[in-house]
Design a protein around this ligand. Structure first.
Ligand code: SER
Length: 322
């Protein structure tokens, strides 16, 4: 299949491109920036694309005629609070531009990456734990608000124009690739800084608990949902879940591989506020029922696989910023 990815230079693209190429697809990766050195292994074509530029998105889709689009381009929650206007432009206008271009270029299927950030405590009380698909959505961030809108637009384009839009609400994703501007980044930096410095000062409290997932499961979800039989899908967007450890439980798991690692917790008010607004755990019964979704990594299984990968990434000289 010919597959186009937006925002391919990010953390998900790093693993998704390779998985699609390995499965035999013709992948056109697009991003604002040139292919980062960290993505050199992934294969496929790479083209510059700014999703906020409607004409450029339209040209790209008309020229390339992809059969399936993975729309990953987004500004994440913490960066979005630092620059709400940019988050609106990329996440809201960018998603509109991508859906419109998909409609005009007669793209058959579009995969949207939503997030646990669509949830937030409703005025009537706390979120259910675990949190099901169909609760009232009260996101507290610009990122979350634009992801809710993206979900609704996907449903609209599905009904109105018969573009087969599908999507998952990702937990915080952890992988040996640099995340950019997410509130869940503390979880990955517990591994990265344990490897490179032997210690990490987390910007979240020790008892912070949010849904997390190891990237190989996340990428598998993106492939399995994209290629599931349409008749089996009762929804446009699905909750998916893996594990929900407290930050200090992640610390215990990291110490399986790095016994002397030290962790301290100094909450950053903005990011802690965002983390506290998200569900503690997710109910993914619909995904399990409709397309047989099942995560394969537990927290400890992720730790065992991830630590050597983080070591390799740091040996290769990854540029770290957080
Ligand atoms: N990982 C994302 C963030 O922290 C949530 O989707 O913004």
């Amino acid at each position: 299949m010919k597959i186009l990815i937006t925002g391919a230079g990010g953390q998900i693209g790093h693993d998704l491109i390779g998985a699609l190429v390995a499965a035999g697809h013709h992948v056109v990766s697009t991003d604002l920036a040139p292919r980062p050195p960290s993505h050199a292994h992934a294969g496929g074509d790479w083209q510059r694309l700014d999703v906020t530029d409607a004409a450029a998105v339209q040209h790209m889709f008309t020229d390339e005629r992809p059969e399936l689009v993975y729309h990953l381009a987004a500004i994440l929650s913490a960066s979005g609070e630092a620059n709400p206007r940019l988050a609106y432009d990329v996440n809201q206008t960018g998603t509109w531009n991508v859906l419109e271009a998909a409609r005009r270029a007669k793209v058959k299927r579009l995969m949207f990456t939503s997030s646990i950030a669509v949830f937030g405590p409703p005025p009537s009380g706390p979120l259910p734990d675990p949190c099901p698909d169909d609760v009232a959505l009260h996101p507290g961030t610009m990122y979350g608000a634009t992801k809710v809108s993206g979900e609704l637009l996907c449903s609209y384009y599905r009904k109105r124009y018969d573009i087969d839009c599908r999507g998952v609400r990702f937990p915080g994703l952890i992988s040996a690739a640099m995340p950019g501007g997410g509130s869940s980044d503390y979880a990955l930096f517990m591994y990265v800084d344990a490897v490179r410095k032997g210690s990490y000062e987390a910007f979240a409290r020790a008892d912070t608990r949010i849904p997390l997932m190891y990237m190989p499961d996340g990428v598998r979800a993106l492939l399995e949902l994209a290629f599931a039989e349409r008749e089996k899908l009762s929804r446009t967007i699905y909750n998916i879940a893996a594990f929900s450890p407290r930050a200090d439980e992640i610390a215990t798991s990291v110490r399986r591989a790095i016994p002397d690692a030290q962790f301290t917790y100094v909450p950053d008010p903005v990011r802690q506020g965002i983390l506290d607004s998200w569900p503690k755990a997710i109910d993914d019964a619909a995904a399990r029922r409709d397309w047989s979704w099942k995560p394969s990594y537990t927290l400890d299984a992720m730790t065992d696989d991830l630590v050597p990968r983080v070591r390799r990434m740091l040996d290769l000289g990854a540029v770290l910023s957080h």
